[in-house]
Design a binder for this molecule. Structure first.
Ligand code: 6GU
Length: 250
């Protein structure tokens, strides 16, 4: 059983998402447990203040260290029994590789900072690492935490149904997915590609692989540096690159 302990000012943001779909089922099946902890419950003063103005002036508010340390230590102890990950746009990028390593267990804490900032002593003395989910700004780490929980949960053995689980996301060897179609064969005069209706499994496999390669070339050429490609696929790529560049000057 994987343990995820979430520390946030907005625990209600997580509740509906943790009940639904694959994530809800994984929790129900006991593959993982998610604890929600409201940092505000650990504020010492009568008004339960969790933020304050920044030293040195400037706009925005900063999350105070005491309620955060108190919340984390009350659940995970001191030193913490699990690594605590601080969610912040300044973190290293969260990747599929990181999801696999977190899924190995035994678990982790997720500390949701607000965008304006968290007292630096939390980063220095409480967080094991900092993660970001991409180059854009969210008002707080809550949605980023949910992204990480979902990406990790679906990797736990038994989380996906039979059909879903049988499909290994890494099968494509680091390429984007090929296009998918289902019935009807013609919808508003838009036809499903003939090859998919042909019943020729070898041809279908070839077509899908080429589509995956083409999409990756067009949309995410950066992924091609680490993709596993056959000699024939490398040749195809060289042809497409030449087409794109046009004929060389004479
Ligand atoms: Cl982890 N937090 C915030 N506030 N914004 C983000 C993010 C995290 N990742 C991308 N944008």
């Amino acid at each position: 059983m994987l343990t995820i302990e979430i520390f946030t000012l907005f625990p209600a943001m997580f509740e509906p998402a943790l009940r639904e779909s694959i994530l809800g089922r994984a929790i129900e099946r006991g593959l993982l447990t998610v604890g929600l902890h409201n940092i505000r419950d650990h504020a010492a003063d009568r008004h339960q203040v969790t933020d304050d103005a920044p030293y040195g002036g400037g706009g925005g508010m900063v999350m105070k260290p005491e309620p955060i340390f108190a919340a984390v230590e009350s659940v995970l102890g001191s030193p913490s029994s699990l690594p605590v990950i601080l969610l912040t746009p300044q973190g290293r990028p969260f990747t599929q590789e990181k999801a696999w390593s977190l899924a190995e267990g035994p678990g982790f804490g997720l500390l949701c900072g607000r965008y304006e900032g968290v007292d630096e002593r939390v980063r220095e003395h409480l967080a094991a690492e900092e993660l970001s989910i991409g180059d854009y700004v969210l008002s707080g780490g809550e949605l980023a935490a949910l992204v990480i929980v979902e990406a990790v949960a679906r990797l736990l053995p038994g989380a996906l149904g039979d059909e879903e689980g049988a499909r290994d996301d890494s099968y494509a060897g680091g390429l984007l997915e090929y296009p998918h179609y289902t019935r009807p064969p013609v919808f508003r005069n838009w036809r499903v590609p003939d090859v998919l209706l042909s019943g020729n499994h070898a041809e279908v496999r070839r077509w899908r692989r080429e589509q995956a390669l083409r999409r990756t070339f067009q949309r995410r050429p950066d992924l091609l540096d680490h993709a596993e490609l056959t000699d024939e696929e490398k040749r195809l790529l060289r042809d497409w690159k030449r087409e794109k560049e046009g004929p060389p000057d004479s």
